[in-house]
Design a protein around this ligand. Sequence first.
Ligand SMILES: [Cu+2]
Length: 418
Amino acid sequence: MITRRRFFFGTAALAGASALTQRIASGTKLLAGQTSPDAKVNYRPVVTPNGSTLPWVMKNGAKEFHLVAEPVRREFAPGMTVNCWGYNGQSPGPTIEAVEGDHVRILVTNRLAEPTSVHWHGIITPNGMDGVGGVTQKHIPSGETYAYDFTLRQHGAQMYHPHSDEMIQMAMGMQGFFIIHPRNGYPEPVDRHFLIFLQEWAIDPGTFTPNPNVMTDFNIFTFNSRVWPGTDPLVVKLGERVRVSFANLSMDSHPIHFHGHRWWVVGTDGGSIPKSAWIPETTMNVPAGTTRTVEFVADNPGDWPFHCHKNHHAMNAMSHVIPNVIGTNQKGVAQQIGTLVPGYMAMGEAGMHEMSAMAEMMPGPRNTLPMMTGTGQFGPIQMGGMFTILKVREGITSYEDPGWYQNPAGTVASPVST
Ligand SMILES: [Cu+2]
């Protein structure tokens, strides 16, 4: 159990230029040479797995950010690349990270073929900065840049997304986190703060472009626009305190579950929940249009699944209209179809286990991942979609993927004679 907490003091948030990577003990309030307006604000810079944080520059007393709305090609996992729309070459767009009280100026350049706007979801702004095309501002025409300028009067895990042809643009992948750290610090400082944007897509097998017209029958479910096995693991050191913020602008709620620990529900898009009202959970339901933030102490070493618990949401290219053959004797059927389709195999009567193995071996439609995939040290993992692995390790010196957990001898479920 690690008792001494370490955290960064502020950040310039410039990509590759971590001006404040010096680690100092909790309680110290000043850092020599620090010039950022965040100098006295202690927070852990966020980590967006498979994503990045948006750089900013100080200009006339404001943190100036620049978002570029544009079409992007996003690899969801090796073998599947999707024609999305996003920001700065990414979907979700890069994370905006700032501190309560900051004056921010956000330039938005529109490189889409249609107008757009950016709404600061959950953020209290002057009315004309709310980003709603037609209501609070003109839509931003293609090729033009608009400036949003406001002071952050709250904290919390917030979002940004278009409010112009909103349904299409969000379904194509336009969204991002806007994290506002509290000026007076968190009730409990953390060692790691991960951000996971939840999204769902309708991408027919063999195609490359999401269909925004689908209302319920989505077949691809993503963490930060990646699917298992393309999702980065969440690597933490044993004993670290971890915060995870989830955001959801999809058409469904996503109950995110993790193994081996329990977490406390510590925040919503309304800000921090008072510590006296924290509740323990192992599953955090994230309704559409909200963010949720949880914290836990990673005190149990191992490889722990971390996934949406709507079971179809942890699959890839899930078809919802295939017939159910569980418990059906298909022997005769297989012989008869075999005369028409040489090599035909009937599968599924005992479940889908054997199909997952075949899916790995047989070529499917182009740009389409197997429904159940991934292989671990004990065999096929048979998952997809909104799934990753929390890797809690003792003695690691970096957050690189440490590989599979080496379970102590005698601690793995194994066969016995009965
Ligand atoms: Cu889900």
